[in-house]
Design a protein around this ligand. Sequence first.
Ligand code: XMP
Length: 515
Amino acid sequence: MIVILDFGSQYSELIARRIRETQVYSEVLSYRTTPEQIRQLSPKGIILSGGPSSVYDERAPHCDPEIWNLGIPILGVCYGMQLMVQQLGGSVERAECGEYGKAALFIDDPTDLLTNVEDGTTMWMSHGDSVTAMPEGFELLAHTENTPCAAIAHHERKLYGVQFHPEVVHSLGGQALIRNFVYHICECQPTWTTAAFVEETIREIRAKVGDKRVLLALSGGVDSSTLAFLLHRAIGDQLTCMFIDQGFMRKYEPERLVKLFQEQFHIPVEYINARERFLERIKGVTDPEEKRKRIGHEFIRVFEEESKRLGPFDYLAQGTLYPDVIESADTNVDPQTGERVAVKIKSHHNVGGLPKDLRFKLVEPLRKLFKDEVRKVGRSIGLPEEIVNRHPFPGPGLAIRILGEVTAEKLDILRDADLIVRQEVNRSGTYSMFWQAFAVLLPIRSVGVMGDQRTYAYPIVLRFVSSEDGMTADWSRAPYDLLETISNRIVNEVRGVNRVVYDITSKPPGTIEWE
Ligand code: XMP
């Protein structure tokens, strides 16, 4: 394992992912982690991340200097390198001109850390301070036009520093450098593989759960589906998968999901048909926030009733992923047992918490994984691509894609229009071009003409966006002929719709969903 000490860089997680891409496990820890805690983890190497501070700031984060003496190879990146230099007796100063963006790296020592990194390769820089004097015993590995000490090493103590960011994609020689560090310097073995993860996780689940019962709320996404599979392999019928159909899913999805699990995976699913009660609960509601709130509360209520009916359960399985773990660190930990407890249901994290008497202990087998790793595991265990690569779908589902009041009639219209969107996007082979591609139904009507008949019907909005994480998004430049086919099919095949429009608003100022 390689430990990353995080000094507040926006790239710490990215470093972990790059290491894992070399099939070596890596974890991000706080810079406050003590040398003793590090020793207990027995990492083969340590990486000190970048960070927004200057090492001379009064409140700059410092690690315990004892880590230099652990005898474990260390690579400092940007701020991490400057800290290493400062603590070991070299000097760091405000550079005359900072260096931001791409820079050509000129190699002074092509062995060791920079083996197979091409002279003159592009590396990505982002720093205002620079190393002006190396600590004793260090040697220069590389420089750039503006940065005399761009890479340094104390070969004997296996301490390394780079001023650039090898983890970002713009650093062309970055992955080669990371491989050198991981394999040649730290002497790691490539053991972080999907197969090894599945095997080890199954062992861990068994050890944790013993003969107790586990409840899993299945949503049909890749996380809960992968989770169901792993748990079922580990504990068989001690697992109960509960699927609450609130009636706001896409056409055929509830049926497909249940069939897939029962027939293909032989995992029984408790299918809860709650369609009518959800619809009843939001009858007449037009305010988007009120709608979400009611759906969320109803979900908790159904969950509570059904888990009591099917239970008791000792554990709730939750699809927590590694980025959630890094962010939430020690929140939601039971102070008595030290175990993480569920106070909220993740897929509906925007609603109130679970009632106090329903606070399950958690089993979170995906908590070490990044999303792309969950997809790999999902694929390896035979989940179909339509689940593995599924676009994000909001918890309240189609109810927030029908503006204003949700009725059974409008749900049918939107489901049919949405199905056409999905079919045509799939058929055109553009599915992966979009972060999301879906239909929205507006509560207004406009005039049209079909045959010789005047029509007065609803418009459908097509919302296709590209995004990295859903926080910001751009409207997608979808091919015109795709839009044309979708539009033609919707107005011809979906009764009640006579117009299709395309949303060309980015986020911000718009949001991805319309409610
Ligand atoms: P917005 O509309 O805020 O959406 O730009 C950003 C991303 O979040 C999804 N989304 C939700 N996901 N429960 C969810 O699980 C919700 O209530 C919810 N609302 C929005 C949305 O689909 C997009 O991917």
